[in-house]
Design a protein around this ligand. Structure first.
Ligand SMILES: [Mg+2]
Length: 230
């Protein structure tokens, strides 16, 4: 290694090494089919929904909102969330570029993991329906879930890699980017519609290292910014 680096001293390679990519599922590997605003309203009621939305410019954490409700009320809320998720599953589609990106990562022997706040049955269905498997794949049964960095740190330890050798890719600033940043990983925000360009996101605490509007762009991003080495 020493010989190699000294022979390359005139052309140093400043690119960080990348050994693994961790994906969010809903809205990242799959086309968004869950109507989240409708789900939040159904769970919280319109008045409470509007109040919480005004207080949380970067988005509502519905699981957190219902955490301290009475068991009875909470059970009903989980039921409503499950109904919305089930409807979403019926219409599940893979995100354009996802299969190609996974094929590219496999060709480079780069690890692929998944972290979702959805349930494990949804992950199983995703794996079955599209024939692409992520490992580890952590669902909300793994506590604490995103945006806590714990699931990402867990994946790094299973892979035996450092967090800064991993990139977290997701469509949520408050969950995916925050989880990635707090774990010490690189982060890439998938913003298909440019909604995060809006001024309300200018002063958020967690900013992504990269932003793309399609998974198709990630191939070039990884090639140009990283040294891919398993
Ligand atoms: Mg998502």
């Amino acid at each position: 290694m020493a010989t190699l680096s000294s022979s390359m001293a005139s052309t140093p390679n400043p690119k960080p090494r990348l050994r693994g990519v961790v994906f969010d599922m809903d809205g990242t590997l799959t086309v968004p089919v869950i109507d989240f605003p409708a789900m939040y309203q159904a769970v919280l009621g319109q008045e409470e929904y509007l109040r919480i939305r005004a207080e949380s410019p970067s988005g509502i954490d519905i699981l957190h909102q219902i955490e301290n409700w009475s068991p009875e009320k909470q059970q009903k809320a989980y039921q409503t969330i499950a109904d919305f998720e089930r409807q979403g599953l019926d219409r599940l589609q893979i995100m354009p570029g996802a299969a190609e990106l996974c094929g590219y990562l496999d060709s480079k022997r780069i690890r692929r993991g998944l972290i979702t706040r959805n349930v494990m049955t949804a992950v199983d269905l995703f794996h079955q329906r599209f024939g692409i498997t992520f490992s580890p794949a952590l669902s909300r049964e793994f506590r604490p879930y995103k945006p806590d960095p714990a699931p990402l740190l867990h994946i790094c330890s299973v892979w035996d890699v450092q967090p800064d050798e991993v990139i977290m890719v997701g469509d949520s600033l408050k969950d995916d980017v925050r989880c990635g940043k707090e774990a010490g990983a690189f982060t890439c925000l998938l913003d298909e519609t440019g909604r995060y360009d809006s001024p309300e996101y200018a002063n958020v605490d967690h900013k992504p290292d990269f932003k793309v509007s399609s998974l198709v762009e990630i191939h070039t991003l990884l090639e140009s910014k990283f040294h891919l080495e398993p």
